[in-house]
Structures are given as C-alpha cells and as structure tokens.
Write a protein that binds this ligand. Structure first.
Ligand code: NAD
Ligand code: TYD
Length: 341
C-alpha cells in the first residue's frame, strides 16, 4: 500500500534532508511538505525534489487549522495510509532568549493543532521530532536516557518539552499512534548559518571573527544529519506507539574544539576566534545514551565525525550562492542584533 507522508517543516535543515532521504530510499512513497517558510525555511534546499512526481510542497502554517486541513486533504487525494513526520518548529535557542512567544506559538500551539487534525483525519503514525534539550543540562559525567526527568532550561527547550507532553497526552488519552524522537545537535548540509557549525564556517571563510560564547567549554554531542534522518525513518517504520527514542552520535566535543577544527580544515588562523559574552542560562553539556534505539530498532550512526565534518565544510564551500542568499534580509537584521557590527 502507498504510504503518504505529511512532513511539516520540510524546507528547514533537518526536514529537507529527510525529504531527500525518503524520496531516494522509499520510491513508492509520496511526500507532502507543509512549511510556513519562516526565515529558516528555504525552498532552495529542495530544488532537486521539485521535479519528483512523488513530492509536493504546500505553503502553510501548522498553527492555522485550515492550512493543516488542506494538507490532509492533499494527502487524502493522493491515497494510501497517511503518516505525519513533524519537524516544523522555531529551533534557535538564542532567538528564544530574545523572545519566547513565537516558540510557544509554533512549537506548542502548532503541535496541538497538528495533533487535533491528525486525530480528525486519521493517521497510521505520528512521529514527533524533538530534542535532547528537553532533559536540561548535564555536568561532566552521565548521559540522557529516555527516563531522565524533563528539565528544560531555555524558552526553546521549554516549548519543545511542552509539545512532547501534548503528544504524550494524546497517546495516553486518545490512544493516538505517536512516537517521539529526541536527538542531539545535528550538523550537515542546508543548516541555517545562525547555528554553531555553519556560522563558524561562513565567518571563517570570509576572515570574520568567530564568536565563541563564554569559555567555549560547553559540550554538545554532534550527529550527522543523515544519521538523524535514517533514525527517524527507522522509528517511523519500526518504533512502538507511545515510545520515546533518544538519538545521538556518542560524539562529544567542547565548542572551542569544533571551532578550531573548522579553522584547521579551512587553513585559517586561530586569531579569528573571539570569546564573547556567554549565552544566558547556557546549558553546560548534552550527551545522549542511544542504547534503546540501538537495541530495540537496530539503528546506529553510520557517519564518523572525522569524515562527515570535512564533507560538511566542503559542502558549504561549494555553495557560495546558497550561503549568500540565506545570509541576506531577515538573517542579517538578526545577526546585527545578536552580535552587533
Ligand atoms: P529549522 O529551523 O532549520 O527548520 C524549521 C522549519 O520549520 C523551517 O522550514 C520553517 O519554515 C518551518 N516552520 C517553522 N514554523 C512553522 C509553522 N508555524 N508552520 C509551518 N512550518 C513552520 O529547524 P531544524 O534544525 O531543521 O529542526 C527541525 C526539528 O528538529 C525541530 O523540531 C527541532 O526542534 C528538532 N531538532 C533539531 C536539532 C538540530 O540540531 N537542529 C536537534 C534535535 C532536534
Ligand atoms: P547552537 O548551534 O545554537 O545549538 P544549541 O544551543 O541548540 O546546542 O549552539 C551550539 C553550541 O555553540 C552552544 O553551546 C552555543 C555555542 N555557540 C557559540 O559559542 N557561538 C555562537 O555564535 C553560536 C550560535 C553558538
């Protein structure tokens, strides 16, 4: 039977990588991409998909019930069982510190609108793409498991936690067929250059300062985006309703080491590093225990950091036009507010 996927936020970083993966790996599936094209949504991430008869883009907002209904109507006209993979969100911690309301709107309200519509129209499965940031921050030791108490620290993380809880409530109350994934930091092609890795690549390429928050010793667990997308596909196809699956790379680096690696790969001097005021409430360390998805679903990362980071740097270097367009307009205004001149 044909499977029709309603992907929300498919024009963003991870969503667009997921759309490419599904079109390549599941040639009998259809993909409907519902995206509001916020500053982070970029249809240029999907130019290769545009000519694929299995793919359709719908410009719409998950907080608007009529937009979501229209997307389900499109799925119904295609036929087959419908599953939702929900990426759409406001995703940047620094922006959430500036203003939390857009995060409540998109991440909490948007998720509930999508849940209501999914129950009304009927779905085979709903995969809610969440983050390890719902667990808060770790000290020097330990890992986040699926049982770690939820303790979000940033407005972004709080809004994602709230959305996870609404998904959980739909499962518990209505027997809704949802799964939740919680992944660590991603890197790879098509990431908006407000996040650490593409920002540092862009700045270093232009011999601009690299703004490192605090002492640069905050630790993240980096996973290549294709590994994350393959894990989501695995959970979608084989996960158990109501379950949470952590996804991680077992690949911890302090920020300053990442920045130095990027400079080394680009042949740029460390004098470009500029230590700036720390992020308020900056989480110290994230690290995922991904034993559950490995043991129950057989997923493990395939890409090593040693291979995928240089490939990612090479990808951004080969896409000067993509970078130039992304860095225009709204992005520049935000950049100005965040870092000054
Ligand atoms: P992104 O910011 O690159 O993309 C978000 C997409 O959602 C954009 O295309 C945007 O236009 C769309 N969108 C935002 N609000 C919308 C709305 N109201 N209606 C419809 N579309 C809307 O984000 P990303 O980094 O690709 O993250 C995708 C998901 O994965 C998010 O839910 C995020 O919380 C989660 N996640 C991200 C990471 C990471 O490292 N980037 C790690 C773990 C989990
Ligand atoms: P980011 O990519 O924003 O992801 P998250 O905050 O969701 O983990 O940031 C990754 C790490 O890099 C985080 O510890 C903050 C730090 N960082 C900087 O030091 N400088 C920067 O300009 C940015 C954007 C992030």
């Amino acid at each position: 039977m044909t499977r029709t996927l309603l992907v929300t936020g498919g024009a963003g970083f991870i969503g667009s990588n997921f759309v490419h993966l599904v079109l390549a790996e599941r040639p009998d599936w259809k993909v409907v991409n519902l995206d509001a094209l916020t500053y982070a949504g970029n249809l240029e991430n999907l130019t290769e998909a545009e000519s694929n008869p299995n793919y359709v883009f719908l410009h719409g907002d998950i907080t608007v019930a009529s937009d979501v209904d229209a997307a389900f109507a499109k799925c119904a006209s295609i036929g087959g069982d419908v599953s939702v993979v929900h990426f759409a969100a406001e995703s940047h911690v620094d922006r959430s510190i500036e203003s939390g309301l857009p995060f409540v709107q998109a991440n909490v309200l948007g998720t509930q609108v999508l849940l209501d519509a999914s129950r009304k129209h009927g779905v085979a499965r709903f995969c809610h793409v969440s983050t390890d940031e719902v667990y808060g921050s770790l000290g020097k030791t330990g890992f986040f498991t699926e049982e770690t108490p939820l303790a979000p620290n940033s407005p972004y993380a709080a809004s994602k936690t709230a959305s996870d809880l609404f998904v959980r409530a739909a499962v518990h109350t209505h027997g809704f067929p949802a799964v939740i994934t919680r992944c660590s930091n991603n890197y790879g092609p098509y990431q908006f250059p407000e996040k650490l890795i593409p920002l540092m690549i862009a700045n270093a390429s232009e011999d601009k300062d690299l703004p490192v928050y605090g002492d640069g010793m905050n630790v993240r667990d980096w996973l290549y985006v294709q590994d994350h997308c393959e894990a989501i596909l695995r959970v979608l196809e084989a996960g158990k309703d109501g379950e949470v699956y952590n996804i991680g790379g077992n690949n911890e680096y302090p920020n300053i080491d990442i920045v130095r690696l990027i400079l080394e790969h680009l042949g740029k001097p460390e004098s470009l590093i500029r230590f700036v005021k720390d992020r308020p409430g900056h989480d110290q360390r994230y690290a995922i225990d991904a034993a559950k998805i490995k043991n129950e679903l057989g997923w493990e990362p395939r890409f090593t950091f040693e291979r995928a980071l240089p490939e990612t740097i090479a990808w951004y270097q080969a896409q000067p036009l993509w970078m130039e367009r992304v860095r225009s307009g709204a992005y520049r205004e935000y950049y100005q507010r965040q870092y000054g001149s």
